[in-house]
Design a protein around this ligand. Structure first.
Ligand code: AMP
Length: 537
């Protein structure tokens, strides 16, 4: 017997429609690429997104057509999110840090019909333009007169928004229809497309707002440093409008000083991003000897956060750190770390091992760890295995791939190795391809990196396995120093001695000026493995 309730489809347009009615004058603040600050609000965002939707319809864009964006976090990019998906087309966000070759592959694979881009990225667009097979028009999202004069393939964004369709309202369609497309970073093999639906996006947005997830309140001011081309900025453009919080968009200036000034001026309470962006902010906070005045919480995910980073935020400035984990294939939020009330009385040093874990599963995401044969492992905080996930906002198939992305039991293998403890805290010990297999034991490169960055001389650390004739693999520690002090391997290992098992100690250390950072802000271990492939330990 079916229930007898309305079957209203969960559409992305409903998010902005709600925000424009109930939080119409809540501000959206953008640092434009020219550097000035632009103020908008949810009512204006809804109106301009609708105008864009009309412009797209007049251009002949149809339901299911892919429309690419190559842009930073701005109010314009938000208009594209809503205008494109709102009419049933697919908003395909391109990672602007990818090489020309990767962009060409991805755009041709997705068969994008239009390409919207930030004017500052014009030369990139010019480079790839001759190789794009499906793109009909290129649309810079501000100041376009000069480009239209050059080439009839360019369109003026503001003109597109003046096309008139009277009485336009957001169309209603099946909630399972595709809404947005994001390609995985593709550190091995070609990038693959993850195609989100309206339904998955909306329920992910609702779940993100929950109190034990992002706990977004109407009083909050939210700054997504995580780019809108990296898994839809972790869903912030969709979750903030329904929470009614103010949204601050940082544009392309993500250095410590610019972030600090924007956060301080706009009273940012929550900021979200990968660990690397916070190093610059923390250094600037040290210089100013204060935090951006209203900052309460930072959500750090995408890569493991270190104890020293948590201490700098929490002890030095009273800003709470929440570790989070997810993937492009998971829309992306999978777990978020908040302390259970029973841990509140623990000392800071007893809380730390819990805070360093990636977090507890949130409602909507099932987690399981299994051994190499697929047998479920106990949730004892010690057994580590392949992390599998299941839930309504998790991928089933990659775009244009016939083969299911799931195991035969319907789980998605994340490629991460993890433990889960009895309270449900999940801890990533490694990527399955990064774990170091040494004499039949597994050494977690992530755990080793985390303790290494606790040393005063170490700014950043990466660990890779190096071939060893006896042990199969041994760890090589590669560090970026904070200053001129370059401690020896013996000194580093002495520092590690009460923190990790002796057999995990690195066999060698290399000091470098910088680590290779990929398009999503993470260290590219594949690159390090190439550089050190003939390294002798
Ligand atoms: P992406 O799809 O580019 O977001 O990458 C997802 C992968 O990033 C995950 O499978 C993890 O390997 C890694 N990752 C994400 N968040 C964390 C975290 N908090 N700690 C460690 N690794 C993380």
């Amino acid at each position: 017997m079916h229930g007898l309730m309305m079957n209203t489809p969960l559409l992305i347009s409903s998010l902005i429609k709600y925000a424009s009615q109930y939080h119409s004058d809540t501000q959206i603040v953008t640092r434009t690429l020219e550097g000035s600050i632009r103020f908008s609000n949810f009512e204006t965002l809804n109106e301009r997104s609708k105008k864009l939707a009309c412009g797209l319809l007049e251009l002949g864009i149809k339901s299911g057509d892919r429309i690419a964006t190559l842009a930073w976090n701005t109010d314009r990019h938000l208009e594209l999110y809503y205008g494109i998906s709102g009419i049933g087309a697919v908003c395909h966000t391109l990672n602007l840090r990818l090489s020309d070759e990767e962009l060409i592959y991805i755009i041709n694979h997705a068969e994008d019909r239009l390409l919207f881009f930030d004017n500052t990225l014009k030369s990139k667009v010019e480079n790839i333009k001759p190789y794009l097979k499906s793109v009909e028009k290129f649309i810079p999202i501000s100041k376009t007169k000069d480009l239209e004069d050059i080439d009839s393939h360019y369109l003026n964004y503001e003109n597109l928004l003046t096309r008139k369709i009277t009485n336009f309202d957001w169309p209603v369609f099946d909630e399972n229809q595709a809404a947005s497309l994001c390609y995985t970073s593709g550190t091995t093999g070609r990038p693959k497309g993850v195609l989100y639906s309206h339904r998955t996006t909306v329920i992910h947005a609702m779940a993100s707002c929950l109190n034990n997830v992002l706990a977004l309140r109407v009083e909050d001011v939210v700054l997504p440093v995580v780019p809108m081309f990296h898994v839809n900025a972790w869903g912030i453009p969709y979750s903030v409008p329904i929470s009614g919080a103010k949204l601050v968009m940082p544009g392309d200036k993500l250095d410590g000083k610019n972030l600090f000034d924007l956060m301080d001026k706009e009273n940012v309470t929550i900021a979200l991003g990968v660990p690397t962006v916070w190093l610059g902010l923390l250094d600037h906070m040290d210089k100013e000897a204060r935090k951006p005045h209203a900052l309460e919480r930072v959500i750090i995910g995408g890569a493991a956060v270190s104890e020293s980073m948590i201490d700098r935020f929490e002890i030095d400035y009273g800003v709470n750190v929440h570790h989070a984990w997810g993937m492009t294939e998971m829309s992306p939020i999978g777990v978020l770390n908040s302390l259970k009330p029973k841990f509140s009385k623990l000392t800071r040093s007893d809380k730390m091992p819990i805070k360093l874990k990636q977090g507890r599963g949130i409602y909507g995401v099932e987690l399981q760890i299994v051994d190499d044969d697929g047998n479920e492992l106990p949730r004892d905080g010690a057994s580590s295995g392949h992390l599998l996930v299941r839930g309504p906002w998790i991928i089933s198939n990659y775009y244009k791939e016939k083969k299911s992305a799931l195991t035969k039991d319907g789980w998605f293998d994340t490629g991460d190795i993890a433990t889960i403890d009895k309270d449900g805290y999940m801890n990533i010990t490694d990527r399955s391809k990064d774990i170091i297999k040494s004499g039949g034991e597994w050494i977690s490169s992530v755990a080793l990196e985390n303790v290494a960055v606790g040393h005063d001389a170490v700014l950043q650390a990466a660990v890779i396995g190096i071939y060893h004739p006896k042990w199969q693999e041994r760890p090589l520690l590669i560090c970026v120093p904070k200053g001129d002090n370059l401690p020896s391997l013996e000194e580093i290992n002495k520092f590690l001695s009460d923190k990790i098992p002796k057999m995990w100690f690195p066999d060698a250390i290399e000091w470098v000026d910088k680590l290779p950072i990929g398009a999503t802000g993470k260290v590219v271990k594949a690159e390090l493995r190439k550089i050190y492939k003939d390294y002798k330990i």
